[in-house]
Design a protein around this ligand. Structure first.
Ligand code: NDP
Length: 286
């Protein structure tokens, strides 16, 4: 787990030790000592690569042979992950970007293509989840979620689509992927998660529409809907919200579990499109 505060897990439980992006890479290499480099020659861009699911996904994509553009705001985290990937024989490019700024999002995509040569895989992962009663919510929290979870994802998608269409014609796999990270909250709205759920339902609707539009051109648009996963996600909530959440989430998955699902999607053969994966901890009922 990769958390700012080593004393707490992202779901508010005590946490033994802080780990770094290298933990993801190290664990993958331990678990799969001889993995096929089936993404060799491909270029991927992962948003939110500085922690959690994005960091784990980037590490696994690199381990499978893809060059990876690492996009987020925290430069030090991106540089550390890039160094780990390079030390393990991979190719990584850290691009410090705020994807809620349309110009920065577009430049991140263009820099990926100019530096790494192409774009075959976009993992639209950056997101924020700010919970609590609507009656007490600062409007700024709603704005942050809409700006990042919806507009940030849309800016990256818009900039990437022409390159993905090109990759589907002349890329090594003759197919391209956009994987959008939604949530169980993209399927089920709950008391206290209204705007987060709104944004993730929106991600689902956009993804399905875009999937239908692009699928005959061999750009696969997929949706991943994780349940509770141990990352920094919850830590961005106000202290009183964190307190009220307590241990309600119970069992959690690791970021690597979601990275596995993402990599499964993008390593299918050209004629197979995994449209959607809903993935929960075994003990999570809803
Ligand atoms: P983290 O908080 O660990 O990761 C969020 C990432 O988003 C960070 O890398 C952060 O980097 C990046 N980010 C935040 N703001 C911006 C911005 N303006 N521009 C660019 N990058 C930004 O959480 P997770 O890994 O859990 O979250 C990843 C995705 O998974 C999210 O979309 C989340 O909604 C989804 N999800 C997570 C679940 C969970 O239980 N953890 C469950 C369901 C869905 P930085 O701050 O450096 O910019």
């Amino acid at each position: 787990m990769y958390v700012d505060d080593p004393g707490r897990s992202s779901w508010g439980r005590p946490q033994a030790a802080k780990s770094t992006p290298s933990a993801y890479l190290g664990r993958m290499i331990e678990q799969v000592p001889t993995v096929e480099k089936d993404l060799a020659g491909c270029v991927s861009l992962v948003t939110g690569a500085s922690s959690g699911i994005g960091s784990a996904a980037a590490a696994v994509l690199a381990h499978r042979g893809a060059a990876v553009a690492l996009v987020a705001r925290r430069r030090d985290r991106l540089d550390a992950l890039a160094a780990e990937i390079e030390d393990n024989g991979g190719t990584a490019l850290a691009i410090e970007t705020d994807v809620t700024d349309e110009r920065q999002a577009r430049e991140a995509v263009e820099r990926t293509v100019s530096s790494l040569g192409r774009l075959d895989i976009l993992i639209n992962n950056a997101g924020v989840m700010l919970l609590g009663p609507a009656t007490e919510a600062p409007l700024s929290e709603w704005q942050r979620m809409v700006d990042l979870n919806l507009l940030g994802l849309l800016y990256c998608a818009h900039a990437a689509i022409p390159h993905l269409l090109r990759a589907a014609i002349d890329g090594p796999r003759q197919v391209a992927d956009m994987v959008n990270i939604s949530s169980v909250a993209g399927r089920v709205a709950r008391n206290g998660n209204g705007v987060y759920s709104l944004t993730k339902h929106g991600v689902g609707a956009f993804s399905e529409s875009l999937r239908q539009e692009l699928t005959k051109r061999h750009v696969r648009v997929s949706l991943v809907e994780p349940g509770a996963t141990s990352t920094e996600l919850v830590l961005h909530n106000r202290p009183e919200i964190l307190e009220s959440l307590g241990s309600q989430f119970g069992q959690t998955m690791e970021a690597t579990d979601i990275a596995d699902a993402i990599v499964f999607i993008v390593t299918r053969p050209r004629h197979v499109a995994v449209n959607e994966i809903l993935i929960r901890p075994t003990e999570q009922e809803r």
